[in-house]
Design a protein around this ligand. Structure first.
Ligand code: UDP
Length: 360
C-alpha cells in the first residue's frame, strides 16, 4: 500500500564512479536497482540517470557521456574536491537541472560533493542517500550543510554509518531492501566459504584468506578486482590458501554459487555503511561471519544468523567457522524476509519522501 494519493514522478541519479552493471559502483548499483523496483511497484514513475554504457532493464534509463569520478575511498581525509574534464557527474546534474520540473523529487545516489553543493540552486527538492561513512573533510562539511539547511533530506544505511558523521542525529536510517524472489534458499552447502565484494584494501580480503588457509576450507571469491596490486599481493602472501576467484557475476548467478557456501566472511577494515552482500547471503540461507563493526554488526544476529567477531581478528574468524553447525540456515532466510524485503524498504522510502515533500 502506498501512502500517496497520486503516484510520484521520481528522478534517480546514479553514482558517477562507474556504469550500472560494471560493478565499479559497488553496492550502490544493486541498491539503486532495488529502490527503483520497489518504487515502481508502489505505482510511482521512476527514471534513472546514469553514466554511459549503463545497463538496467525494466526502468527508463537516461545515459550520460563524460569522464568518471575517482572513488572517494581511495583518497585521504584532506583530499581536494576534484572533477575530471567533461565530468559525467557535472553532465548528469546539468541534465537533472534541465528536466527537474517534470519530477516531484530528485534522489541522489552519488557520494560526491557536487550534488550536495547544487541542492540550494535547484527548484525541486533533492533527497540524498549517502552510501558511505565519513571519508573526507570536504564531504563531511557539504553533507552537514545540507543536513542543516534542508532537514530530513539525508538518509543512510545504518546507525554505525551515521555515527561516523558529526551530524548523525540528522540522518535517517533506511537500511536496505532486496527482491528476495531472486535468491534461492539452499539447505545443503558444499564444503566452501565465500567472500563477495570489490577487491580493494578497505574490504580486508586478506583476513578471510588467512582464516580459510588455517581452517583448510576452500574460499570462493566473487567481485570486481578494483585494486590489482592489492589482489596480487594477497595471492603472493597466501600461496597455500585454497582460494578460487570466480569473477564478477550477475545476481542470478552469484546467488546460486553463494548459496552453496557454508558461510559468507565479511572482513572490512572500514566502517562498512551496510554490506549488501550480507543480506544476499542470508536470503540464500547462508550465515554471515562478520567483524563487529559498521553495517554488518547491525544486520547479523550473533549466534542465530551468523557470528560477530572481534574486528581484525583472524583467530576470531577461525573460531566462528568452527561453530557454524550451531546455526540454522532457515533462520537466515527468515531474517532476510522479515527485515529486508522490497516491501519493507518501500515503506521506509515513502515515509522519507513524505517528510521531504511536506516541507516543500
Ligand atoms: N556483486 C555482484 N557480483 C559479484 C560480486 C558482487 O553483483 O560477483 C555486488 C553485490 O551484489 C553487492 C555489491 O557488489 O550489491 C557489493 O556491495 P556491498 O554493499 O557489499 O559493498 P560496497 O562495494 O558497496 O562497499
Amino acid at each position: 500500500m502506498t501512502r500517496f494519493q497520486h503516484p510520484l514522478k521520481l528522478l534517480l541519479l546514479s553514482t558517477s564512479v562507474g556504469a550500472l552493471g560494471s560493478g565499479l559502483g559497488g553496492g550502490v548499483e544493486l541498491t539503486l536497482k532495488n529502490i527503483a523496483q520497489a518504487l515502481k511497484h508502489q505505482g510511482h514513475q521512476v527514471t534513472i540517470v546514469a553514466p554511459a554504457h549503463s545497463v538496467l532493464e525494466g526502468v527508463p534509463l537516461v545515459t550520460i557521456a563524460g569522464n568518471l569520478q575517482i572513488t572517494a575511498q581511495t583518497q585521504g581525509g584532506d583530499a581536494l574536491i576534484t572533477l575530471p574534464p567533461n565530468a559525467v557527474l557535472g553532465n548528469m546534474w546539468a541534465h537533472a537541472r534541465q528536466v527537474q520540473h517534470e519530477y516531484n523529487l530528485l534522489i541522489n545516489f552519488a557520494y560526491d560533493w557536487l550534488p550536495f553543493y547544487l541542492t540550494p540552486f535547484f527548484e525541486r527538492p533533492i533527497a540524498h542517500l549517502v552510501s558511505m561513512g565519513s571519508l573526507t573533510d570536504a564531504m563531511d562539511q557539504i553533507i552537514e550543510q545540507i543536513a542543516v539547511g534542508f532537514p530530513g533530506t539525508i538518509a543512510v544505511h545504518s546507525r554505525a554509518q551515521a555515527e561516523t558523521f558529526q551530524f548523525a542525529d540528522r540522518c535517517r536510517n533506511l537500511q536496505n531492501g532486496f527482491d528476495l524472489s531472486l535468491y534461492e534458499f539452499c539447505a545443503q552447502p558444499k564444503r566452501q566459504l565465500a567472500w563477495v565484494g570489490r577487491i580493494a584494501p578497505e574490504k580486508g580480503l586478506e583476513d578471510a584468506v588467512a582464516a580459510a588457509q588455517i581452517v583448510g576450507i576452500p574460499l570462493k571469491i566473487w567481485g570486481v578486482i578494483q585494486d590489482r596490486v592489492y589482489w596480487n599481493q594477497i595471492c603472493a602472501d597466501y600461496p597455500d590458501a585454497a582460494i578460487a576467484y570466480g569473477g564478477f557475476l550477475p545476481t542470478s548467478e552469484l546467488q546460486q554459487v553463494l548459496g552453496q557456501s557454508q558461510a559468507l566472511l565479511m572482513t572490512p577494515r572500514w566502517v562498512e555503511a551496510f554490506g549488501n552482500v550480507a543480506i544476499e547471503a542470508l536470503a540464500c540461507g547462508v550465515p554471515v561471519i562478520a567483524y563487529r563493526r559498521g553495517g554488518p554488526a547491525e544486520i547479523v544476529r550473533d549466534g542465530e544468523t551468523g557470528w560477530l567477531v572481534e574486528p581484525d581478528s583472524v583467530d576470531g574468524l577461525v573460531n566462528a567457522i568452527a561453530q557454524l553447525d550451531r546455526l540454522d540456515r532457515q533462520a537466515c532466510r527468515r531474517q532476510a524476509e522479515a527485515e529486508y524485503s522490497l516491501e519493507a524498504m518501500s515503506d521506509r522510502l515513502e515515509a522519507w519522501f513524505e517528510t521531504i515533500l511536506k516541507k516543500v
